[in-house]
Design a protein around this ligand. Structure first.
Ligand SMILES: *Cc1c(COP(=O)(O)O)cnc(C)c1O
Length: 405
C-alpha cells in the first residue's frame, strides 16, 4: 500500500494513540531500515531500545523460524524447554534466583509490584504495601504502572489511580529517608531514567538506597526494561553501578523484537509466589523464549556486548564534541548505547531534520534527543549521525544569526 494511502487508512482505522513520523518502514538489516520508497535510514531508535541485535540478525531469525515450525505456543499448564533454558541463562548471569515471564515491560513491573506487595503482606501484614517510585520515572501504561510512573502527563484523566504509591525526587536520598516508613514495601527505580530524558542514577545514591533497604527489609526494585540486555555495555546496568537489587524487570531488548518481559528476584522474595498467585497466558511461550535465548547467547558468547561498550564510548565522545561546538546543545549524558542530548530547543524539530537526512532518532521528553541504536551499530554509522547533527546545528546557528541582522 502506498505511504499516503497507508497514512489515510491508519487515520481512519486505528485509535490515535501515537504521533508517527511520515514514513512506512518495510525492512531492515543491521542498524539500518528501509522505507517503502527504498530510502535508507540509520536506526538510532532501534524499536526504542528493543532491536539489540539489529534487524535481520541471522541467529535470531533462525531461532524464530526453527521454533515457529516446531511449536509456537502451549499453555503454562505444561513444561517447555525454551522457557526453562531462558530462565536458567538469566539466573546464571544475574543476581536473581528465579524468573517469571510475561509479555511487556508494563507487565513485568506489574509482576514486580505484586511480588513486593505479597512479600511485605506475608511477612509484615496488610499495612505494609507502599511502593516508592521516582519523579520523572517511566514504568508503563497499565493502571498500576501509570500510577508508578512519576509523570502527570501519563496519569491525567485516568483517575482514580492505584492506591499505595508515593513519589520521591530522583537521586535524592534525604527524600527517601523522610518518606519511607513502616508502610513501605518497596522502592522502585530505573538505574537510568530513559523516557524521562536519560538521567543516570548516582552510584553513591544507589549505594545508600541499597543499605537503607537492606536494613529495613524494603525491597529494592530495578526497572531495567530499557537499560537491560546489554544496552549500557554490560548485560544489566546494575552490574556497572555497584548495587544489586532484590527484584529486576526486563522487556524491551530481551526478545530482540519478539514481545517478552521478565520479572527476576532473589529466592526469599521469589518464593512468596505460589501456584495460582500470578499468571500470563502468553508469558514465556516457546517462540518468545527461543528468540530471547538467541539474544542472550549472542550477547554472552559473541562480540555484541563488547561492541556496545566500545561504540557507547565512541558515541558519547562524539556527542560531547558536538556539544562543545554547538550552542544549541546543553548537556550529553548516558551509559553505553543509551545516550541523551539535552538541547535548548524543541527536540521534535531536530528529530524531523534527522529523518529528512536519513537518520532515525527520537525525543525523550521535550528537549532531549535519545540515541538507543542496535548494539551492532558501527563506527561509520555513528559518524553519519554525528555529521548529520553537525549539519543541522550549524544551519540553525546560521539561520538564527541571519534572523538577528
Ligand atoms: C518502555 C518501558 C516500560 C514499558 O514497557 P512496555 O513494554 O511498553 O510495557 C517500562 N519501564 C521502562 C523503564 C521502559 O523504558
Amino acid at each position: 500500500m502506498p505511504t499516503e494511502e497507508l497514512k489515510e487508512a491508519a487515520a481512519k482505522y486505528l485509535m490515535q494513540t501515537y504521533t508517527r513520523q511520515p514514513i512506512s518502514i518495510v525492512r531492515g538489516r543491521g542498524a539500518r531500515v528501509y522505507d517503502l520508497e527504498g530510502r535508507e535510514y540509520i536506526d538510532f531508535v532501534g524499536g526504542i531500545a528493543v532491536n539489540v541485535l539489529g534487524h535481520g540478525h541471522p541467529d535470531l531469525v533462525h531461532a524464530i523460524q526453527r521454533q515457529a515450525a516446531q511449536l509456537i505456543h502451549v499453555s503454562n499448564l505444561y513444561y517447555t524447554e525454551p522457557q526453562v533454558q531462558l530462565a536458567k541463562i538469566l539466573v546464571e548471569h544475574s543476581f536473581a534466583d528465579r524468573v517469571f515471564f510475561c509479555n511487556s515491560g508494563a507487565e513485568a513491573n506489574e509482576a514486580a509490584i505484586k511480588l513486593a506487595r505479597r512479600y511485605a503482606h506475608a511477612k509484615y501484614g496488610p499495612d505494609r504495601f507502599e511502593i516508592i517510585t521516582m519523579k520523572n520515572s517511566f514504568h508503563g501504561r497499565t493502571l498500576a504502572t501509570i500510577t508508578a510512573t512519576g509523570q502527570d502527563k501519563v496519569q491525567k484523566g485516568f483517575e482514580p489511580l492505584m492506591p499505595g504509591f508515593a513519589y520521591a525526587p530522583f537521586n535524592d536520598f534525604a527524600a527517601i529517608e523522610a518518606m519511607a516508613g513502616e508502610r513501605t514495601a518497596g522502592i522502585m527505580l530505573e538505574p537510568i531514567q530513559g523516557e524521562g530524558g536519560v538521567h543516570v542514577a548516582d552510584r553513591e545514591y544507589l549505594q545508600q538506597l541499597h543499605e537503607f533497604c537492606a536494613k529495613r527489609d524494603i525491597l529494592l526494585i530495578f526497572d531495567e526494561v530499557q537499560t537491560g540486555m546489554g544496552r549500557t555495555g554490560t548485560l544489566f546496568a546494575y552490574q556497572q553501578l555497584g548495587v544489586e537489587p532484590d527484584i529486576m524487570t526486563l522487556a524491551k531488548g530481551l526478545g530482540g523484537g519478539m514481545p517478552i518481559g521478565a520479572c527476576l528476584a532473589k529466592e526469599p522474595v521469589a518464593a512468596v509466589f505460589q501456584p495460582g498467585d500470578h499468571a500470563s497466558t502468553f508469558g514465556g511461550n516457546p517462540l518468545a523464549c527461543a528468540a530471547a535465548l538467541a539474544v542472550c547467547r549472542a550477547l554472552l558468547e559473541g562480540s555484541v556486548l563488547d561492541n556496545a561498550k566500545r561504540m557507547g564510548e565512541y558515541l558519547l565522545q562524539g556527542l560531547a564534541k558536538c556539544k562543545d561546538r554547538h550552542r544549541n546543545v546543553r548537556e550529553v549524558r548516558g551509559l553505553g548505547l543509551l545516550q541523551g542530548m539535552e538541547l535548548d530547543i524543541d527536540a521534535k524539530t531536530v528529530v524531523a531534520d534527522c529523518l529528512a537526512r536519513g537518520v532515525l532518532v527520537n525525543a525523550a521528553s521535550e528537549r532531549v534527543l535519545r540515541f538507543v541504536p542496535p548494539l551492532v551499530i558501527t563506527q561509520r554509522e555513528i559518524d553519519k549521525l554525528l555529521e548529520t547533527l553537525t549539519v543541522i546545528f550549524t544551519r540553525r546557528a546560521t539561520e538564527e544569526k541571519a534572523a538577528h541582522h
